[in-house]
Design a protein around this ligand. Structure first.
Ligand code: FES
Length: 139
């Protein structure tokens, strides 16, 4: 199987079977953001305490890139300290700039590496990560 096909499968798996989709019944630190280019939106909820992202959920509407990216981000960030979560988000930004970045800690994210060739889609992929950064800065 070609790497592109593998990546496409990973993205579609997260899109069709999103991890951590939904809301916490008892609430959480909530960040609402939208993609200015298309109006699609994400609502991210984080459970934070002691400088750690303990859990994450998201809802929203968007394309396969934005929703799969949100699914991956919420999986990757659980249990991370704020510092580690920011490091993940910064590595994701580098990935979107076309830099060679590895995600040994959550390899599915590398499936989005091809997005950097499509400038219009970068905003889709970074939507959830921008919500994460905002949430950590507020948390
Ligand atoms: Fe709207 Fe991708 S087209 S988030």
């Amino acid at each position: 199987m070609q790497l592109d096909d593998l990546y496409r499968r990973v993205i579609m798996d997260h899109y069709k079977n999103p991890r951590n989709r939904g809301k916490f019944e008892d609430g959480g630190l909530t960040v609402d953001l939208n993609n200015p280019t298309c109006g699609d939106r994400i609502s991210l909820q984080l459970k934070v305490g002691d400088g750690v992202v303990k859990d994450a959920r998201f809802t929203g509407e968007g394309c396969s890139i934005s929703m799969s990216s949100a699914s991956m981000m919420t999986e990757a960030v659980k249990g991370r300290t704020f510092e580690e979560a920011m490091d993940l988000a910064n590595r994701f930004s580098s990935l979107m700039k076309g830099e060679q970045v590895e995600f040994d800690d959550y390899e599915d994210i590398e499936a989005l590496s091809g997005v950097n060739k499509f400038p219009a889609r970068i905003k889709c992929a970074t939507l959830a990560w921008n919500a994460l950064k905002k949430g950590i800065n507020e948390g």
